[in-house]
Design a protein. Structure first.
Length: 144
């Protein structure tokens, strides 16, 4: 009897490839989220430290305060940009998780179909072997 061949093997391979690509995209986005989170925390720490490390100079206190105020404004603006990017990256991450879930489901459906067809094939092989054994047994009984 012929060997089992799944006719949709190429479709299964394509779906497996799509799943791997979705996994790679998800990992890349997760890396971006983590990097953005670290940068955002760094900016927030720098902002908090700007208050703790405030230096008063008797010779020119207004100038230093103005520099610190400008520095803090820059940090706040950077924090807002990073927070917005973090929100966008989190939305993209959720979207890619949904895509990966769908790709995994698609691949799993094809795997189940392949397994089902293989089980059906093996059942047919067993039935055919059983009928051949019965036929041989009948022939042996007939020759006696």
């Amino acid at each position: 009897m012929k060997k089992f061949k799944f006719r949709l093997e190429s479709v299964l391979k394509v779906r497996a490839l799509h799943k791997k690509l979705a996994e790679r995209d998800l990992a890349a986005t997760q890396h971006k989220v983590n990097r953005n989170t670290r940068e955002l925390e760094g900016v927030r720490d720098a902002y908090a430290q700007s208050f703790a490390a405030q230096v008063y100079d008797a010779a020119n206190p207004a100038y230093l305060n103005e520099v610190l105020l400008h520095y803090r404004k820059g940090l706040k603006a950077r924090e807002e940009v990073l927070a917005e990017r973090q929100k966008e990256l989190n939305e993209k991450l959720e979207s890619e998780k949904k895509i990966l879930t769908r790709r995994m489901r698609d691949e799993m459906v094809m795997d189940k179909l392949k397994d089902h067809q293989k089980q059906e094939y093996l059942r047919q092989v067993d039935l055919q072997e059983q009928s051949e054994i019965e036929e041989i047994d009948l022939l042996k009984r007939g020759n006696k």
